[in-house]
Design a protein around this ligand. Structure first.
Ligand code: NI
Length: 199
């Protein structure tokens, strides 16, 4: 297995709708294993294949003891929104913003062997499923922001010093980084610390 480099905002692969997986076999199993290892290395809650430069509909997750992977996921969500909670993304380092998400979600798809799988959850797990499915559709959580938060997020990633933030994050990865989904070091602006989080 291998730890894969994580693509960051600005990389076109993150803005591309991923393709359905049609070819199953050893290569796919290796990719899923590498994604799980990569996600664990950065203590991420979720990781979508485009984040490692592979434009295929696959994500791995590990939230509150629930872990696994889903290939060609179909997402269903409830109507009720969950309480405000800051969200982060491994591909948008050192930022965190409150994103409206539904309280309940279910993903249905197949695993690397092609067997049907279905996972459902509430709260952080439901948030993760929605966040990762967005990745497969070429969408980042910052696209869902509105008003001042949206301005603030896009201003932050356009600033010249954000390249330095990304460079530092990339340099730190491969070592173990303290991070967890949805718990940004500081909400709304790049933080001075080296912690990152997200999925
Ligand atoms: Ni993400």
């Amino acid at each position: 297995m291998a730890i894969l480099p994580i693509r960051t905002v600005g990389d076109p692969v993150l803005r591309t709708e991923a393709s359905k997986v049609t070819k199953f076999g050893v290569e796919l199993e290796r990719l899923v294993a590498d994604m799980a290892e990569t996600m664990a290395d950065v203590h991420g809650a979720g990781l979508a294949a485009p984040q490692v430069g592979i434009s295929l509909r696959i994500f791995t997750f590990n939230v509150d003891g629930a872990s696994g992977h889903v290939i060609n996921p179909h997402l269903e969500i409830g109507e009720e929104l969950q309480p405000d909670h800051p969200e982060g993304c491994l591909s948008v380092p050192e930022l965190g913003f409150v994103v409206p998400r539904q309280q309940w979600a279910r993903v249905t798809g197949v695993d690397a062997s092609g067997a049907p799988v279905s996972y459902e959850g509430t709260g952080m797990l439901a948030r993760c499923f929605q966040h990762e499915t967005d990745h497969l559709n070429g969408q980042l959580y910052i696209d869902r922001l509105e008003g001042e938060d949206r301005k603030s997020a896009f201003r932050a990633i356009r600033k010249s010093d954000y390249e330095a933030v990304i460079a530092r994050t990339v340099a730190e990865r491969g070592q173990s980084i303290d991070s967890s989904f949805g718990r940004p070091a500081r909400s709304g602006r790049p933080s001075a610390g080296g912690t990152t989080k997200g999925s």
